[in-house]
Design a protein around this ligand. Sequence first.
Ligand code: ADP
Ligand code: MG
Length: 559
Amino acid sequence: MAKKEFKAESKRMLEMMINSIYTQKEIFLRELISNASDAIDKIYYKALSDEELVFNKEDYYVKVTVDKASRTLTISDTGIGMTEEEMESNLGIIARSGSLAFKNENEAKDGHDIIGQFGVGFYSAFMVADDVVVISKALGSDKAFKWESLGADGYTIEPYEKETVGTEVILTIKENTEDEQYDDYLEEYRLKSIIKKYSDFIRFPIKMDVTGSQPKEGSETEFEEVIEEQIVNSMVPIWRKNKNELTTEDYDNFYAEKRYGYDKPLKHIHISADGAVEYNAILFIPESTPYDYYTKEYEKGLELYSNGVLIMSKSADLLPDYFSFVKGMVDSSDLSLNISREMLQHDRQLTLIAKNIKNKIKSQLQSLLKDERDKYELFYKAFGRQLKFGVYNDYGINKETLQDLLMFYSSTEKKLVTLDEYIARMPEEQKFIYYASGESVERIEKLPQTEIVADKGYEMLYLTDDIDEFAIKVIATYKEKEFKSVSSGDLGIEADESEKPTEAEESENKELFEAMKGILSGKVKNVKASKRLKTHPVCLSTEGELTIEMEKILKSMST
Ligand code: ADP
Ligand code: MG
């Protein structure tokens, strides 16, 4: 039986495809610029093996031109161009990628800067244009051709005049509709900002004619319009530069330019990994807490680039919640993109990168703690609470990662100390890590329960944050030392035993205790004599797991 080919209503297919793939119309520019960059890259790779072809950097660029009067937007490049046949197959067949084929043919030479792979990006032009014209002259050919399509019923190709090798894509931008301001795509500032957003790190210059004004000759008050050609993109991504050539100021500028925050970063982390998965990353630990940090509105995530092209503005999968304060970007050529290049398939590479990044952040925080204590304390003031939530959340599975990074106020050092530092100071006979909780250091110091531990000369950790004690309970033991609240029944302080109240003391006051229990009924469980008090007449203590402070918090949460 003769096999028949599927037929498709191409107009509908095209519409369905572009509108279902892309969530934002503005990405058409990213796609066309990426194609232009690929076309230049192809000449670059050819020149590597072809001695007759010299790659003169200055000759290669992309140019974006607007003509409001004719509603056209032109993206031209000095890249490799297309022959008539190439136009037929690359622009005439949906999902045919000449770039993917090029990459496969040239596997030996590292063609890994080439962006295209799916063979659909070009058609995104029809999201904003009624009419798309492509004029191209291929390298090594003396003929040029013009391809044109109104998106609906196919395309035409005819011979055309073009002096230089390269391609021009001319879009006739749609008229405004109620839902969409297509006019925006004819505005310089809008185009510039789209280029900055997605294509800032394309390796070749992206030029635009930008209108400015300058004083008229011979006049100080009158100005005239001037048109100046500008390079809009930064080209060399800072993350591809050598760390040794970069200063802290370079990183700070990048942080500000990218609007990661309005503060200055406390620390930057520059990673160039080429192990199981290749990627570059620049991460920042901010200095101050963003105003919405501890709210639901705060969105964690890192920018994700594939070969220098922005894929996602906030990839949440790259950061664990407890490090959600970290800002920055990751660029990798190893990612499996989905067809829109807006998202990733959830894949092994991404998981690997995320794990790698998590470990890097942890070790950098540890070295900050070790070498730059002041900075670490600033960091801890801003984000310590998040680390403590991290210990408590998810049933404590992250406590091993985080516990070394915690700090609490010390009763003897009068400043924040780590658990390690506490343990190092413990006298040999001290059994527990003691802590006391309350609203503030001043209040805790007045607690009767702290007296006996302080008298013994033992250090206590003062917990003043809601989350503190919950985190401590999750850690439970640190380096084999158990945590002990000063208000718990058994403090494990030796003097306790010998100084137990005598039977006589208990029985002499039996009536008084019973009377007090009556008065406080429903409020306390028991009233008894104690040797724990020194200068205070009375104190409250708890039996069982929860301390008074935790009970208070739980109560306030449940109401
Ligand atoms: P992709 O870039 O994923 O391959 P596109 O739909 O964006 O898919 O482009 C299809 C093909 O058209 C490209 O692979 C390339 O061969 C060709 N092409 C598109 N734009 C240009 C250009 N400016 N110069 C040369 N070839 C181009
Ligand atoms: Mg493309």
